[in-house]
Design a protein around this ligand. Structure first.
Ligand code: AMP
Length: 194
């Protein structure tokens, strides 16, 4: 894998604004924004083997099995040039988080910061309803939010233990949330590279 010096994770429910903030981080802090959801959507479009395995999970809003996620991600990372990276939508399960730690350790890196963007369920559901992606229909959105609470939210405790977690209130305009991210990150002593 490439040798990024900074590794960030954006954690939060669907509709929290992880994709939006990841794009901002990639623009203004020159980070590579890696969304596993985007990787899977591209794989489905390109009809790759991973895409074929992932398609029904994406459509129904279920989580793609950990082994498939980890395989796709590792395959992508080995092709990636050295850079700072911001992960969006990964890790999503305890198993993914543990394997991610192992992977980072293997390549001599540690997680710089986990940005937990919180929004209440009603805000998340309203945002998903206005986004209109295939897997944003009311029932699927509700299902994905439920999965987030049961499977992904426990990662907050996981990362709180290692003191890399930063909480951000995600209920505000995009640029306000971004300012919150950068100022909280600075308080933590985090320096953006440009
Ligand atoms: P997202 O774009 O992050 O909302 O992800 C869209 C869909 O891709 C999810 O509903 C899952 O089916 C799949 N997906 C993305 N990232 C992961 C992950 N880390 N683990 C399992 N499934 C994922």
């Amino acid at each position: 894998m490439a040798d990024p010096s900074t590794v960030l994770v954006l954690l939060g429910p669907p509709g929290a604004g992880k994709g939006t903030q990841g794009a901002r981080l990639s623009e203004s802090a020159n980070m590579r924004h890696i969304s596993t959801g985007d990787l899977f959507r591209s794989a489905v479009e390109a009809n790759t083997q991973a895409g074929l395995r992932a398609e029904s999970y994406l459509r129904s809003g279920q989580l793609v099995p950990d082994e498939v996620v980890l395989h796709v991600l590792e395959e992508y990372l080995v092709k990636t040039e050295a850079c700072d990276i911001c992960f969006d939508g990964f890790p999503r399960t305890r198993r993914q988080a543990e394997r991610f730690d192992e992977l980072l350790e293997r390549i001599g890196l540690c997680l710089s910061m986990v940005l937990y963007i919180s929004v209440p369920d009603d805000v998340a559901l309203n945002r998903l309803a206005s986004r209109g992606r295939d897997d944003d229909s009311r029932d699927t959105a509700r299902y994905r939010l439920g999965l987030y609470h049961s499977v992904t939210e426990p990662l907050i405790d996981y990362y709180e233990e290692t003191e890399v977690l930063v909480r951000i209130d995600g209920v505000a305009e995009e640029h306000v949330v971004f300012d919150r991210i950068t100022s909280l990150a600075s308080e933590k002593g985090f320096r953006w590279t440009r």
